[in-house]
Design a protein around this ligand. Structure first.
Ligand code: PMP
Length: 404
């Protein structure tokens, strides 16, 4: 069972006088991880060891590579399949811009993808003359039958989320992914929402690539992971080369020759966010120590409780499928006086300000494909409690009385 007192010490901002229900955007930050980042910066703070051989640089490198190893263990992959990024958005931009597409190739993405997945592939499809197809959503899940109709010989890539940030629950990907694999399609997973309450096994997922962000699990901003399956490297031409990515460069008789390094080296050009990657690995280790099983149970029970409380209120429509699997509750209201911006301001003005989100939440595809223009979203992480839910529900009732 989660020891909430201990957890709240680990997330100092969760003890402040506000109710934070926006962890789906960014989780409050973890003390062990922030301390590790700070110590790394102040104790070492030098060049990294791929460029220099002095002691400090070698220590930076050692810690950086230990972070890579921790992340690899966490997702059941090999170390050299881990590329550190600045987040999920960065990861999907790298994938879209690095994949060796040929004119006429096709990409399929699920109809609930975040703009950080949709837009990089949209843009590359315009630039390279590719066809971008979108899987329709049925009952808050991408439709397997519709997916099959979209696949053909030119389909190269499928992008799919394990959890939407627009509505609750998780995404059932098994059928779609196993069909895609049979057809030789590379499968890229967005695990940005999923990772905050689920451990990840890239092999069980059948992933050729996954991306997630550190800041959604208590690690510093601007940290993230892109897993690239060993075989997938052959299909990519790194879009982000620079210092540290080359074996050698020669110029002879005006002919320039560059030989690049392989695997993750080729994707981490320039001085890296060594301290951030290290702090991310500390956050992952801490969550593992708390136990993902317990975290999942804790968040599930909060979702269940919040759903039961919301269901007691007239005119609230909760949207999503298998909600207890996820960490988000999104709802709409049928009350014509209910204004989402006003309600959010009202919550913010409570004696304990409540942080929730409203709108399309950067998930325009999910909004278009479900026909739901805007939602109110609550999202939970390990530090939330039933008290947070109760405070929100009381505030919601106060607001509803006000607009009655
Ligand atoms: N995908 C999903 C499902 C998300 O929720 C988010 C963040 N809201 C992203 C991708 C983008 O993540 P980041 O902003 O950390 O790059």
């Amino acid at each position: 069972m989660i020891n909430i007192k201990k957890i709240k010490k680990e997330f100092p901002a969760s003890n402040k006088s506000f109710v934070y229900l926006d962890s789906a955007c960014s989780a409050l930050k973890m003390k062990s991880s922030a301390d590790a980042q700070m110590r790394f910066l102040l104790d070492y703070g030098s060049c990294g060891g791929k460029r220099a051989v002095y002691k400090n640089a070698l220590r930076v490198e050692e810690l950086y590579e230990s972070a890579r190893s921790d992340v690899a263990n966490f997702i059941n992959s090999q170390m050299d399949e881990i590329v550190f990024t600045s987040g999920t958005t960065d990861g999907f931009n790298i994938l879209a811009n690095s994949f060796k597409f040929k004119t006429g190739d096709e990409i399929i993405i699920s109809g609930l993808e975040h703009n950080s997945v949709f837009l990089p592939f949209y843009r590359i499809s315009k630039e390279k003359g590719l066809k971008l197809k979108i899987i329709p959503i049925k009952n808050y899940q991408p439709s397997f039958d519709e997916f099959k109709k979209l696949v053909n010989k030119r389909t190269r890539v499928l992008c799919i989320s394990k959890a939407s940030n627009f509505f609750g629950g998780t995404v059932r990907t098994e059928e779609i992914v196993s069909y895609a694999k049979k057809c030789g399609i590379k499968v890229f997973f967005d695990c940005a929402q999923y990772v905050s309450s689920h451990s990840i096994d890239v092999k069980a997922l059948g992933a050729d690539a996954i991306a997630f962000s550190g800041h959604k699990i208590g690690a510093p901003y601007g940290t993230g992971v892109l897993y690239i399956n060993d075989l997938l490297y052959n299909f990519l031409n790194s879009s982000a080369v620079g210092g540290g990515t080359v074996k050698d460069i020669s110029i002879s008789n005006g002919k320039i020759d560059v030989r690049f390094l392989n695997k993750f080296y080729n994707f981490e050009g320039g001085i890296q966010n060594y301290s951030g990657a290290y702090a991310l690995s500390v956050a992952i280790r801490k969550l593992d120590e708390i136990s993902y099983f317990e975290i999942r149970k804790h968040i599930s029970s909060l979702v269940k409780y919040a759903v039961s409380e919301l269901n007691k209120i007239d005119g609230i429509n909760i949207i999503g499928d298998e909600l207890e699997e996820g960490s988000i509750i999104s709802f709409t209201s049928i009350n014509k006086n209910f204004s989402y911006p006003d309600f959010s301001m009202f919550l913010s003005g409570q004696s304990k300000p409540v942080s929730v989100r409203y709108g399309k939440l950067c998930a325009d595809l999910a909004s278009i494909n479900t026909g739901i223009k805007s939602v109110i979203r609550l999202s939970f992480f390990v530090y939330n409690t039933e008290d947070d839910v109760n405070y929100f529900i009381r505030s919601l009732k106060k607001y509803l009385k006000l607009i009655d």
